[in-house]
Design a protein around this ligand. Structure first.
Ligand SMILES: *Cc1c(COP(=O)(O)O)cnc(C)c1O
Length: 356
């Protein structure tokens, strides 16, 4: 079976973890600080704040922007549920708007229509590693005085007109095992704003600046040095990982003819966290998944149920109709595109997909 994702764990990662174990200092320490510094550099921002996951990064970033009960955050339903859940954790309400079928990302025209007096922020999700239309979203945010909290969990290294994902608003990244850069579990917040940086650091560590003096209610959302050690090694290889993903995606785009393949508009640097094709509806997809599985090709459905249609979410947001997201949820299939695919794997995938 060619797996749909495969974390890269080399000798350098193993050695880095052993060094932390030998040091006897496992919790957040020097490696976490160094990882933050390097991550900020990679994203072209002043500050990066390491957290325990992408979910806790989103949660802290929203709290730092002052989100709470009575506020609304406009976001996409076509994402991992953590995007919307992090909004709910603050007491605010997610307002879901439809997506652009070409990019799978939030449609800026729908965002503007959904603004109310309660809207405080926009959460664009750079799905599959494809940055959202940030010019349009930033213009809307500026016009209405809204914060932007980017869910860049799938988009480390991605860019739009040369600007890095996570540097438009407050950026949130995941370092979960299958992400383009991983640390097992982990997250990162990126910002140029001093106040947001400070607030995130306090909230991450029980509202504490001076040891055991607590200025506010906070959490334990810290990273460990064990995770940071892995992340540091991985970050050094980001360019190489991304180049391989891009080469794999380019090979698929050149050779897959049987289904709709993903197109990238000019000005966007996609990092291909997922390579996602579209087939003609759920029936075709069920058949395609079976056929690919029998041919030894791993696949993923990201995501089969849009956030606004999850049972508990319906009770919060009511009945909402978002036809593009609902249709794509029935049509998408993600193929393996990770850096560890061989030429043989690529050829097998193309051959089998072209039989669909
Ligand atoms: C992975 C992911 C998250 C959550 O990250 P965790 O590290 O798993 O908590 C949030 N949003 C998106 C789009 C993701 O892909």
């Amino acid at each position: 079976m060619i797996p749909v994702s495969k974390p890269y764990i080399g000798e350098a990662e193993k050695q880095a973890v052993m060094e932390v174990l030998d040091s006897g200092m496992l919790a957040a320490g020097p490696r976490t600080a160094k990882f933050e510094e390097r991550f900020a550099q990679v994203c072209g921002v002043k500050h990066a704040i390491a957290t325990s996951s992408g979910t806790t990064a989103l949660h802290l970033a929203l709290l730092a922007h002052g989100l709470g009960a009575g506020d609304e955050v406009i976001t996409t339903p076509f994402t991992f549920i953590a995007s919307a859940n992090s909004i709910l954790f603050t007491g605010a309400k997610p307002v879901f708007v439809d997506i652009d079928p070409e990019t799978f990302n939030i449609d800026p025209r729908q965002v503007e229509k959904a603004i109310t007096p309660r809207t405080k922020a926009i959460m664009p999700v750079h799905l599959y590693g494809y940055v959202c239309d940030m010019d349009a979203l930033q213009a809307i945010a500026d016009r209405h005085g809204l914060s932007i909290v980017e869910d860049a969990c799938q988009a480390v290294g991605a860019a739009y007109h040369g600007q890095q994902a996570g540097s438009f608003g407050t950026g949130c990244f995941s370092l979960y095992a299958t992400k383009n850069v991983m640390s097992g579990e982990g997250g990162m917040i990126t910002t140029n704003n001093e106040a947001i940086n400070e607030k995130c650091r306090m909230l991450r560590n029980h509202g504490m600046k001076r040891r055991y003096y607590h200025d506010m209610l906070g959490f334990n959302f810290r990273m460990t040095d064990l995770c940071a050690a892995i992340g540091l090694v991985q970050l050094d290889r980001l360019e190489e990982f991304t180049a391989r993903r891009r080469a794999n995606a380019a090979y698929f785009n050149a050779h897959i003819e049987s289904v709709i393949t993903p197109k990238v508009k000019a000005g966007y640097d996609h990092v291909w966290h997922q390579y996602t094709i579209r087939v003609d509806g759920k029936r075709d997809r069920d058949a395609a998944l079976k056929q690919l599985s029998e041919a030894g090709i791993g696949t993923g459905i990201f995501y089969p149920v849009p956030a606004h249609q999850q049972e508990y979410m319906r009770e919060i947001v009511g009945e909402v109709s978002l036809p593009v997201a609902e249709q794509l949820a029935q049509e998408v299939i993600s193929l393996p595109v990770h850096p560890q695919l061989s030429q043989d794997d690529l050829e097998t995938i193309v051959r089998e997909v072209n039989k669909l």
